[in-house]
Design a binder for this molecule. Structure first.
Ligand code: AMP
Length: 123
């Protein structure tokens, strides 16, 4: 295990993973959870997180390639299931804010997956 903590009791996304804070679930397996963003910027806007607490993309190592790869390959399928139209007319945006200057507010690694008809609230 390359990460010092698997669960941070002060982390809001760890609380969501543990079921201590409710979320609108999109997908779940042993390693990953996806849920709707509470303040969506786009008609489709959900977040994908590893269940283990990893603060950001700045902390990932080669040991994380498996679940990271799975998250990236799962995102297009979930985007379509959540209502994004197919590529190329439709599509989606994947964003991973990292660090303060990267615009990260919640320090548990997460992919934003956004899509749906424009205009969007942001972006
Ligand atoms: P970031 O700026 O990339 O760290 O984005 C954090 C995202 O988490 C924002 O888009 C928030 O709207 C979202 N968020 C914060 N709290 C919750 C929550 N309890 N459930 C779902 N999304 C949340």
């Amino acid at each position: 295990m390359t990460h010092p903590t698997d669960h941070d009791p002060a982390c809001i996304f760890c609380k969501i993973v543990a079921g201590q804070i409710p979320s609108r679930k999109v997908y779940e397996d042993d390693e990953l959870l996806a849920f709707h963003d509470i303040a969506p910027w786009a008609p489709v806007h959900f977040l994908m997180v590893p269940k283990r607490h990893i603060a950001s993309m700045a902390q990932v190592t080669e040991a994380d390639q498996g679940w990271l790869g799975r998250m990236m390959t799962l995102a297009p399928r979930l985007a379509l299931e959540q209502g994004c139209r197919p590529y190329p007319e439709g599509g989606f945006r994947i964003v991973v804010n990292t660090g303060l200057e990267g615009g990260q507010e919640v320090h548990h690694l997460h992919l934003h997956v956004m899509g749906g008809p424009r205009p969007w609230l942001k972006g």
